[in-house]
Design a protein around this ligand. Structure first.
Ligand code: SF4
Ligand code: SF4
Length: 204
């Protein structure tokens, strides 16, 4: 995390690195195969419970690269204060990818939301929605450690945008429209105070 964290919006501190950190313009699983899902994710206990309530529906949309044995979907719960309930539950891996990732690189939790005409992120864990953004010690920052493992979105030749510009919908989801407007104002102030121009980050 950067050392200039003093702005707070709603429940979160803002690490200004999200304004300048380079990233691809948008995710494209046809290119990256959903590589960020190869390692699984930590869900909040409440998210885990919601997923398990949906297990029969999820199984219907899985392919044969995935396991329908629900006892193999999650690791044991563990304490973690970065999660709302104070308990995190990691997803397991199967065939070298998160149990919920299908062979085409799509998340089954997002796929069933589309198939059923629901909001696309209705069943998706928060940390999956946010990546490459992460909430660490109440701060919205960049998940550098995980991003560094990516072969598409972490390659400088593909990074023609910034995390802020590529993840506006995700930030709105987290902060709400009012919180996002406050974030935009803070970004303008931050870039101007630091003599940074937007153009600089939109180019290779
Ligand atoms: S974050 Fe990277 S690896 Fe994950 S879907 Fe987006 S482009 Fe692909
Ligand atoms: S739950 Fe879905 S988005 Fe999250 S890591 Fe697994 S496949 Fe990827």
């Amino acid at each position: 995390m950067s050392e200039e964290i003093n702005k707070q919006i709603k429940d979160y501190y803002i690490d200004p690195v999200i304004f300048t950190h380079k990233f691809v313009k948008s995710c494209d699983v046809c290119i990256c195969s959903g590589e960020c899902c190869y390692y699984g994710v930590y869900t909040d206990l409440k998210e885990h419970d919601k997923i398990m309530e949906m297990k029969d529906r999820i199984i219907k949309s899985m392919d044969d690269s995935q396991t329908t044995d629900t006892s193999k979907w999650f690791e044991a719960p563990e304490k973690d204060e970065d999660f709302e309930s104070g308990i995190a539950v990691g997803t397991e891996l199967h065939n070298g990818k998160c149990v919920f990732l299908d062979r085409q690189g799509f998340c089954t939790l997002q796929k069933i939301a589309y198939e059923d005409g629901e909001f696309k992120w209705k069943y998706k864990p928060l940390y999956c929605i946010l990546f490459p953004i992460v909430i660490y010690q109440d701060t919205i920052t960049v998940d550098d450690e995980h991003l560094e493992r990516m072969h598409y979105c972490n390659k400088s030749e593909n990074q023609t945008s910034t995390i802020y510009d590529a993840c506006k919908d995700e930030l709105k989801y987290l902060l709400g429209e009012d919180g996002f407007k406050e974030l935009e104002l803070y970004r303008e102030e931050y870039l101007s105070q630091n003599g940074l121009k937007e153009r600089k980050f939109a180019e290779k």
